[in-house]
Structures are given as structure tokens and as C-alpha cells.
Design a binder for this molecule. Structure first.
Ligand code: BT5
Length: 269
């Protein structure tokens, strides 16, 4: 199918250099994992706001040792170094905030994006983006490496799983990746600043409105293979998913579950 591939222009590092305030964007041609690269830079003392975006990521990581696969220049694969000032108890909101910022940027770009709890970015029922936030210990304190992968011009044949989709598939044409990256970084900057200045209440409400998992019947799979089904009823103040199951209401944290999938209907992610 390679003959049918769409044109995939390089990122425009000049335009990215003039990106949102406080973010310094570096484009690398290839990296095993931008999260690994930014974690290394954080341990070596890099400050908040470093953004590394790879044109081609060759060993992308998902959560729980899962992988993230993207062809050369077909996706956005990037990591942002943050050093949040908020209390450690608030850190679980970081991945949710990031997913919300990405979905907001996509909606502002005219794509009807939603969130599958905790932070899969969906268009329709397909996963167009994933978020991996990792905490790293550095000489100047703990830091967060905020990784994002977004399928832009990836074709159906190139996507690694049935449940995945890309912006080109959903919208008919792929947006310019430089524009998209600037929108995403702008939304992240705003959401991060508002969260740090004003706490989680506004983010909580906005996240919950965008989260398509709320109101659905879900199967929650726990480490060790145990699972239960129930109705997802909301997001609590700690960012956990409230599920009304056979044993009453259970609040599940993103770190406690292997995955949460639709109990019926939509394909697994
Ligand atoms: C995620 O994990 O969704 C987090 C993905 C984060 C990737 C970014 S890219 C830049 C940065 N550097 C990294 O090394 N990682 C971050 P999780 O929820 O565990 O989902 C992983 C699962 O998504 C896989 O097991 C596949 O089923 C599926 N998957 C893999 N590649 C995909 C893709 N391109 N699009 C959609 N789904 C994919």
C-alpha cells in the first residue's frame, strides 16, 4: 500500500520555536521514545517547558509496558517536561488534564473529539490519541514527563489495532502537524496554568463533560485478571471513575486498573 501514502511534510521547527510562552520545542528526526528522552534530560537538570517532538518514534511506550506504534511523520509523538507546583496528591489530574487539553484543541480545530477515561482521545469510537505521564525523580525534585501520541495521516492499514483511528480517516484530510502541535501546546499551556492557579474544580467539570465513558456500561479489568461490570456514573474529585457495580459504587483510579472497556457495543481499546 506504500504507493497510496499521503504526502507527509516535515514539522516546521521555525514556527514551533515561536510557540506558546514558556515552552521550548525541539524537533528530533528519530527517537526510541520521546518520554525516555525527556526523562533523561529532566534527570540531567532540564527545566520546565522542554518539549521534544520526534518525526519518527521507533519504540513508543504506552501504559503498563504496552507499546505505541506510529509511522514516520504520520503522527505527532512528543513529550513535555513539567515541574508542577501543586501538591503531590493533585498529580493524578495531570494525565486527565493533558487528555482534556488535546481533546479541546481537536474540537477547536473542528474535530469532534471525546475522552475515554482516563485519557484516551477518541474520535467517534476510535482511539486517535494516547497519553503517557511518567513521574521522574530529578536533582531539583520530582518532575512529570507528559507524553502524547496523536495519529494524524496514518492510514487504516498502518494502524496497529482495530480500535485505532487517525484524523485523516475521521476528517477526510489530515491537518498540518505543525498547526496541530501549536494548538495542542496552546491548550496545554492554558489548562496547566489554570489548574495550577485555580485548582481542579473547573478542570473536573470540563473533563467530565468531555468524557464519553460516563453514563456507559463498562467492564473494569484489574491487575491479576479479575474484572467486574457496572455503570460508570461520574468522575470523583480525585479523577477516579465511579462505577456502580454488583457490590455497590466503586471508585477506580487510573493506576489501579489494567483497562476499562465498554461492556457492550463499541470495540475494545
Ligand atoms: C497510551 O497507552 O495510550 C499512551 C500512549 C502514549 C504515546 C506517547 S508518544 C510520545 C510519548 N513517548 C512515548 O514513548 N509514549 C508517549 P495505553 O493506554 O497503554 O494504550 C496502548 C495501546 O494502544 C496498545 O496496547 C495498542 O492496543 C494501542 N495502540 C498502539 N499504538 C496505537 C496508535 N498509534 N493508535 C491507537 N492505538 C494504539
Amino acid at each position: 500500500m506504500t504507493g497510496d501514502l499521503p504526502p507527509r511534510p516535515s514539522l516546521d521547527s521555525g514556527r514551533l520555536a515561536a510557540g506558546p510562552p514558556g515552552l521550548r520545542v525541539e524537533v528530533v528526526q528519530e527517537a526510541p521514545s520521546t518520554n525516555a528522552l525527556v526523562a533523561e534530560r529532566a534527570r540531567a537538570g532540564a527545566g520546565e517547558g522542554l518539549v521534544v517532538v520526534a518525526e519518527h518514534q521507533t519504540a513508543g511506550r504506552g501504559r503498563l509496558d504496552r507499546t505505541w506504534e506510529t509511522p514516520d511523520r504520520a503522527a505527532l509523538t512528543l513529550s513535555v517536561l513539567l515541574r508542577p507546583r501543586v501538591a503531590p496528591t493533585e498529580w493524578p489530574w495531570l494525565p486527565l488534564m493533558t487528555g482534556y487539553a488535546v481533546s479541546r484543541a481537536l474540537r477547536e480545530a473542528g474535530v469532534e473529539a471525546g475522552l475515554k477515561w482516563p485519557n484516551d482521545v477518541l474520535v467517534g469510537e476510535g482511539k486517535v490519541g494516547g497519553i503517557l505521564v511518567e513521574r521522574v525523580e530529578t536533582p531539583s525534585g520530582p518532575a512529570a514527563v507528559v507524553g502524547m501520541g496523536i495519529n494524524v495521516s496514518t492510514t487504516r492499514e498502518e494502524l496497529p489495532v482495530e480500535a485505532a483511528t487517525s484524523l485523516a480517516i475521521e476528517a477526510g484530510a489530515a491537518p498540518d502537524r505543525t498547526d496541530l502541535l501549536l494548538w495542542i501546546l496552546g491548550a496545554l499551556r492554558e489548562e496547566y496554568d489554570a489548574w495550577q492557579a485555580g485548582g481542579t474544580a473547573a478542570l473536573h467539570a470540563a473533563y467530565q463533560r468531555s468524557c464519553v465513558t460516563v453514563g456507559r456500561d463498562v467492564r473494569v479489568t484489574l491487575p491479576g485478571g479479575r474484572s467486574f461490570t457496572g455503570r460508570a456514573t461520574g468522575i470523583d474529585a480525585d479523577g477516579r471513575l465511579a462505577v456502580d457495580g454488583p457490590e455497590g459504587r466503586v471508585a477506580v483510579g487510573a493506576g489501579d486498573v489494567v483497562h476499562v472497556r465498554a461492556a457492550t457495543g463499541s470495540p475494545d481499546q
